[in-house]
Design a binder for this molecule. Structure first.
Ligand code: DX5
Ligand code: ZN
Length: 220
């Protein structure tokens, strides 16, 4: 049976009360904390870095999944590893040497992953599948929370699932962008096992109610 994981994106949390927000969302049942890093260069927005990761680390017992939307990629990896990241993913277009970046993440003791924008082909995986611990399929264009799910992502999730099954390796398949209670089941049916949700969770007063409703959908 598939283990499903809910990964709230703290991009939509109240940054003025971030410690409390992460504690509350973990208490509400989050399996992973999704940490969106934007650099106003690779994507047109600017968010948080290793210092904030380090600051929240003592408040969360679950893995921190750092989604790098930055270019260049490599020089920030050691800082996130030191700040307590467990998983680090990056966009292949943002790295000059994809294999090296994946290896660098693993050398720093973290799980490594590649992120695919809506128009980025999965062919980037072809020669590095053995160095990938997570595949993240974007179901919006990266840069902002609160966007609508792009339905074409379902086909790509299914394609990624096929590649993972063929590899026989234990690789997490995460989907990110516009995930809500009413579309999470479709993403799971396509093959995703890890679900990022920002505005759907932090936009509601009762985080547990949303996470429970998502799990109910996943059980159907
Ligand atoms: C978008 C980020 C997402 C975003 C998801 O670039 O990578 O993680 O926070 O937010 P929602 O769930 O609101 O689409
Ligand atoms: Zn993200």
């Amino acid at each position: 049976m598939t283990t499903f994981r809910i990964a709230p994106s703290i991009l939509s949390a109240d940054f003025a009360r971030l410690g409390e927000e992460v504690k509350n969302v973990v208490a509400a049942g989050a399996d992973i904390i999704h940490f969106d890093v934007m650099d106003n260069h690779y994507v047109p927005n600017l968010t948080i870095g290793p210092l904030v990761c380090q600051a929240i680390r003592p408040h969360v017992q679950v893995p921190i999944d750092v989604h790098l939307m930055v270019k260049p990629v490599d020089r920030i990896i050691p800082d996130f590893a030191k700040a307590g990241a467990n998983i680090i993913t990056f966009h292949p277009e943002a790295s000059e040497h994809i294999d090296r970046s994946l290896q660098l993440i693993r050398d720093h003791g973290c799980k490594a992953g590649l992120v695919f924008n809506p128009a980025t082909p999965l062919s980037y995986l072809e020669h590095v599948m053995d160095k990938v611990d997570m595949i993240l399929i974007m179901s919006v264009n990266p840069g902002f929370g609160g966007q609508s799910f792009i339905p074409q992502a379902l086909k790509k999730i299914a394609e990624a699932r096929r590649l993972i099954d063929e590899s026989g390796r234990d690789i997490l398949l995460e989907v990110d962008g516009g995930i809500k209670i009413d579309n999470i089941a479709a993403a799971a049916k396509a093959g995703a096992d890890t679900f990022v949700a920002g505005s759907a969770i932090f936009g509601q007063p009762d985080y547990k109610a949303v996470i429970d409703a998502m799990r109910t959908q996943l059980a159907t």
